[in-house]
Write a protein that binds this ligand. Structure first.
Ligand SMILES: [Zn+2]
Ligand SMILES: [Zn+2]
Length: 832
């Protein structure tokens, strides 16, 4: 590009208007042509892998999508100027329900729809002016990508981390597919995507053994992740300590239970199985068969939340079978009831009505015995027949045979020892976490690379035959069956072992499988010898900072940690965690304060905004107007404040360009320099802490200080040149285009984004101090040290706080306060 030369040095420069629409595309093209943001391995510089969550290709890119990206980009740019070799990649999470459902709604083939969206989103994302390294773009529905998703699946399958089993699963009747537990949300148990209530279905499904990593996933020591995410994952994994106890039965195998209260074992007066429990059929006597069958049928139609609701009237039926309480040999009846879930513990409980409220209500309703076996301190010995509610507190053991009298703090431990010595049970840990269900009966996903041979059963597709391609010619509209199953030929293949006819698996994978490893594909998106180039892995991994929404806490953010640990154990990856630091941004809502959505009609589209205000203003607005961690409703009117700031910076910088050098008042120059260095310190610290709003307000203040200094005659002072240069460098991460343009117009070397971050000088930033004399009725009572630029009000407050003044005034209100700036404060209290 050409630059107008300043020929007449003493004439005021003619300042043209700030037109972002002219500046921004020009610099974006230049940066791309110069490959400014391509991140290459460079062992001489510290690396920084800055990852922001990749968007879905559902086609409704709205302005909220800029919120995680633009501030992250600013922070990445800052680190780059600090000397880090920063990689900031982007890609598309292109498989899965969001894209497929959107395509179905519009009656377009999902593939066509997805790639069309990617083209549009890519164009829109470029207008942000982010330092995305587009060379590293990865798209999860590209065969070159999902070849390796399938390769990972095969590694998991070969190492017993992937398995298929018949299971009652959550089924969305609208999306016509199974869902992972994490995708079923809310009290009403609705589908995360379409909000339809889910139902239970028995299906053969593929699972990943995430439960094998339950304990390790509870350890967050190596990572700096936000407390709410750690808490959500901890609760989701749901670890509890207790005991496993075996109850023998008369008609079937022993019933195993997990209990957190083994100390109440002598009070177990009946047992309750989940209606789905495997032993129900065997235990049920012919007399009770009809009632049991009816009850089981009824339960399958209820949701887990309905079943667990505390205020729900207890229901259940007796199976006719009995078990033996292992500690006292008592014959106790076995019931089934919906309040026991098949997925928690073993799907069976020992019921201790005296010490568990739900068991108590059940016992009262069906006339079952209540026997207190725990006596908490300060409670009178309870009477089982008179009790009106359970006593859940801990206490000394009573009515517990040889363990009666055991104090509360020893009760659990002694009971476990008692059980272990007799071979009746042992200490155990239980997790709420279930294995990750990854089969989907949908079209738009990576095919599961498994072949079924009549002779050899489940056989994985040989690696040299990957990818198993998803066919284009298919009925992709959902029918409730896997579309791949209905394809006339696709599923027909031969067994890799015996070459006889065999059939392919027709389910596809959960899209969360694709996103569990996308950060690895960014390392080398075109590499074809493995999922990633090991040399790139060694240099860039782990991810140093990761930004995105907290709504993924128990899904993507848990899956990707599991995935990494599994890869580590398979010798594919190194280290224990994939992402060292995580920060979650809030959400930009519609102008009405509600979540942006097409159906509400409150979507703020980026294209028209960029056209109206420019990317720099929008970037700065997003950082300035919200606390990044919180977000808030969109307000177009407020963008004007940021636009005014950029215009002010524009005319200030270009106006200063022509001033002849002339050192001015050295005290005022010192003041300006102090402000400059204070701003360097503040903006750097706030970028480090992801506090973007104060970054922008700090830059605005500095701009104002520069304007005031110019008014005060500092235009030609060297301090002014330093201030303007520093302002541009500090603002470069926030507003990369306007700063590049102004930098260039000042005749500085291209590019501003390759300059070093300004050095902070604590000596210059230091606030100068002076001594103020404090008088009462004209007599000197104290001397106090205060900042030189203190206001009269602040001086009065500081003097009032002096211990001598406090003592001498003794609560008296001075009649008058005289402040002589820079010299003294006099309190007038005496008579006139
Ligand atoms: Zn659904
Ligand atoms: Zn075979």
């Amino acid at each position: 590009m050409t630059r107008k030369k300043q020929t007449v040095r003493d004439a005021p420069p003619r300042i043209d208007r700030y037109i972002p629409g002219e500046i921004e595309p020009r610099w974006q093209a230049r940066w791309e042509a110069d490959r400014l943001y391509e991140a290459r391995r460079d062992p001489t510089r510290p690396k920084f892998y800055f990852l922001t969550m990749l968007p879905y290709t559902s086609g409704d890119l709205h302005f909220g999508h800029w919120f995680p990206m633009a501030p992250s980009d600013a922070r990445g740019r800052y680190l780059r100027m600090r000397g880090y070799n920063v990689m900031f990649p982007i890609g598309f999470d292109a498989f899965g329900l969001p894209a497929e459902n959107a395509a179905i709604q519009r009656n377009i083939h999902p593939k066509e729809w997805t790639y069309k969206n990617i083209d549009n989103m890519r164009r829109q994302l470029r207008t942000i002016g982010a330092m995305f390294d587009w060379r590293r773009e990865a798209i999860s529905c590209d065969p070159g990508y999902y070849r390796w998703t399938q390769w990972f699946f095969i590694r998991f399958f070969q190492n017993d981390l992937a398995y298929k089993k018949m299971a009652p699963v959550d089924w969305c009747p609208h999306c016509n597919t199974t869902l992972a537990r994490e995708q079923v949300i809310g009290e009403n148990r609705v589908c995360e995507r379409c909000k339809t209530p889910v139902i239970k279905k028995d299906l053969e499904q593929w699972f990943f053994r995430i439960t094998r990593y339950a304990e390790e996933l509870l350890n967050f020591e190596a990572i700096d992740w936000p407390e709410p995410v750690r808490l959500a994952q901890t609760n989701w994994i749901g670890r509890s300590e207790g005991a496993r106890v075996r109850f023998t039965t008369e008609a079937a195998d022993p019933i195993e239970v997990f209990t957190t209260r083994p100390d109440t074992l002598w009070g177990a007066t009946f047992m309750v199985l989940a209606p789905e429990h495997a032993l129900v059929k065997k235990l049920t006597t012919p007399q009770e068969a009809k009632a049991v069958e009816a009850y089981v049928h009824q339960t399958l139609r209820e949701s887990d939340i309905q079943r667990e609701a505390a205020d729900k009237d207890k229901t259940g039926v007796f199976t006719g079978g009995y078990a033996l309480n292992p500690v006292n040999g008592e014959r106790i009846p076995v019931w089934i009831a919906d309040y026991v879930l098949p997925t928690y513990g073993t799907g069976a409980i020992m019921a201790v009505p005296a010490h568990d409220q739900r068991d108590f209500e059940f016992a009262r309703k069906f006339g079952l015995p209540v026997r207190p076996v725990i006596l908490p301190p300060g409670v009178e010995a309870p009477d089982g027949t008179a009790m009106t509610e359970a006593i859940p507190a801990y206490g000394a053991m009573i009515n517990s045979g040889p363990l009666s009298g055991t104090p509360a703090d020893k009760a659990i431990e002694r009971t476990i020892t008692y059980l272990r010595q007799r071979g009746l049970g042992d200490k155990a840990v239980n997790y709420r976490l279930r294995d990750w269900l990854i089969s989907r009966q949908r079209y738009w996903g990576a095919p599961i690379p498994i072949i079924y041979c009549p002779e050899h059963g489940q056989v994985s597709v040989p690696e040299d035959q990957l990818p198993v391609l998803l066919p284009d010619d298919i009925e992709w509209r959902p029918t409730g069956e896997s579309p791949l199953k209905l394809h006339p030929t696709w599923k027909n293949t031969t067994c890799p072992i015996c070459s006889r006819p065999a059939e392919r698996e027709t389910d596809t994978m959960d899209t969360f499988m694709c996103s569990s490893w996308y950060h690895l594909r960014y390392l080398s998106p075109h590499y074809d010898q493995g999922p990633f180039d090991p040399a790139e892995y060694d240099y860039w991994m782990p991810v140093d900072a990761y930004t995105g929404g907290a709504e993924h806490a128990t899904m993507h953010l848990l899956y990707t940690r599991f995935f990494h640990k599994a890869l580590r154990d398979l010798g594919i990856a190194e280290g224990h965690e994939p992402m060292l630091q995580l920060r979650n941004q809030g959400q930009i809502l519609g102008p009405d304060g509600l979540r942006m959505s097409k159906s509400r009609g409150n979507v703020v589209a980026p294209d028209s905004l960029v056209k109206a205000h420019g990317a720099d203003a929008l970037r700065a607005y997003l950082m300035f107007a919200y606390r990044w961690q919180e977000g808030g409703p969109w307000n177009t009117g407020n963008v004007q404040g940021v636009v005014r700031w950029l215009n002010r910076m524009w005319s200030l910088v270009l106006g200063a360009a022509g001033a002849p050098p002339s050192p001015a008042d050295s005290e005022k120059a010192k003041g300006l320099r102090r402000k400059v260095h204070q701003t360097i310190r503040q903006v750097s610290a706030d970028l480090e802490r992801f506090e973007f709003n104060t970054v922008v307000s700090g830059l605005m203040e500095l701009t104002n200080a520069i304007a005031e200094a110019r008014e005060a005659g500092l235009a030609g002072d060297p301090a002014m040149a330093e201030a303007i240069e520093t302002l541009l460098l500090l603002a470069a991460p926030v507003a990369p285009h306007i700063t590049e343009e102004l930098w260039s117009r000042l005749g500085k070397p291209y590019s501003i984004h390759n300059q070093a971050w300004p050095q902070f000088d604590p000596e210059v930033a230091r606030v100068e101090e002076i001594t103020l004399v404090v008088q009462i009725d004209g007599k000197v009572r104290d001397r106090i040290t205060v900042p030189a630029d203190i206001t009269e009000e602040q001086a009065r407050e500081a003097a009032l706080a002096s211990p001598a003044v406090v003592r001498l005034l003794a609560g008296k209100e001075p009649r008058q306060v005289i402040v002589v700036p820079g010299r003294l404060v006099n309190f007038v209290v005496g008579d006139q």
